[in-house]
Design a protein around this ligand. Structure first.
Ligand code: ADP
Ligand code: MG
Length: 317
């Protein structure tokens, strides 16, 4: 009897995989029963769907689409949550010297990474399009919570930060509901809390992007979030050069040379944005910047399969 009671009340990880924000999400909660796990997982799903409605640039009814539709016309009043997300995104542009820029989205009509492109855009097209990209032309008014894209044709998008933000928010909600530990994994944007039921820290496998079956090693997740941004799923190739789905906002050309960037940070939002930024900054500038930031570490794999790590990374095999 006692034994049964003990095992029934023991905590186990329950995992659910589903599609949210156009991506594969894996939500793991440590709790007593499948039934309770489902309740928690549904709360997380609702929270992520709520955020998607706010930040989606595909949904014409989202506040983000409204900002884009009013580019060059008028400021748009938005919820404090979206306003603050945009404000943090602009701060990230500043600390990455513009490598991260939510106004990259003006280039969406030039570069497509879904296999539909048949030729390289012309330098003229790129020049024209990149002239719309500049985070300094995203004008925020703190008092009225308005956002104004100064020039016609400007557009913002949260492709490089939204999943991380949603993961952080889902985690915060589950912590608030009393879930002792878990993982939110938004297609490689991962945030954790608590420990595994055996008391060990959650671990992440760093895989070799050239050969997914091979792991470089396991790392304990001690900083909360770990995000991997890779160019092995969404990219285009012209003349044997692989262009990642990450655009250098200063040139209008996609980043080349790096295959994957993994960033460890306290928050998934920050890790997500920095992973994208390092792609643009390149290996030297990227590592240099990461080494200057407190509590942040990163692992870069270049297109020859070579591994580069920031300070404070120790991979155990
Ligand atoms: P993943 O989708 O692999 O997690 P990222 O988090 O790096 O990749 O986000 C890449 C996405 O971010 C692109 O598909 C695009 O929507 C957007 N993006 C591209 N370039 C930039 C940039 N320089 N700054 C901000 N966002 C970008
Ligand atoms: Mg990112």
């Amino acid at each position: 009897m006692v034994l049964i009671a003990t095992s029934a009340s023991a905590q186990h990880p329950y995992k659910s995989t589903l599609k949210l924000m156009g991506s594969r999400f894996e939500i793991t909660v440590v709790t007593h029963s499948q039934e309770q796990a489902n309740q928690y997982i549904n709360l997380a799903i609702d929270e992520i769907s709520r955020i998607e409605k706010l930040i989606s640039s595909w949904d014409p009814n989202s506040q983000t689409s409204k900002i884009n539709a009013h580019a060059g016309i008028s400021p748009v009043s938005v919820d404090a949550e979206l306003f603050n997300l945009i404000k943090r995104a602009i701060d990230l542009s500043k600390i990455t010297d513009g490598a991260f820029d939510i106004s990259y989205a003006a280039m969406d009509n030039i570069w497509a990474f879904d296999g539909s492109m048949t030729q390289m855009p012309t330098p003229e097209q790129i020049k024209q399009s990149v002239s719309k990209v500049d985070y300094r032309h995203v004008i925020l008014n703190e008092k009225d919570h308005t956002v104004f894209l100064k020039n016609e044709g400007m557009k913002i998008g949260f492709g490089a930060i939204g999943k991380g933000y949603a993961a952080d928010k889902a985690k915060a909600l589950l912590i608030q509901k009393g879930v002792p530990s878990g993982i939110i994994n938004a297609s490689g944007d991962m945030t954790t809390w608590g420990t595994q039921p055996n008391g060990q820290p959650w671990q992440v496998a760093i895989t070799n992007p050239m050969d997914k079956a091979k792991a470089y090693g396991l790392l304990p997740i001690t900083q909360g979030a770990v995000v991997t941004s890779g160019n092995y799923e969404k990219y285009v190739e012209f003349n044997n050069i692989r262009y990642a789905h990450i655009i250098d906002p200063r040139t209008g050309y996609p980043a080349t040379g790096i295959i994957s960037v993994t960033v460890f940070a306290p928050k998934a939002e920050l890790a997500d944005a920095l992973a994208t930024s390092v792609f643009v900054m390149g290996i030297d500038a990227g590592l240099n910047r990461i080494n200057q930031l407190p509590n942040i570490a990163c692992i870069i794999v270049d297109d020859k399969g070579q591994l580069f790590t920031s300070h404070h990374i120790k991979i155990t095999h």
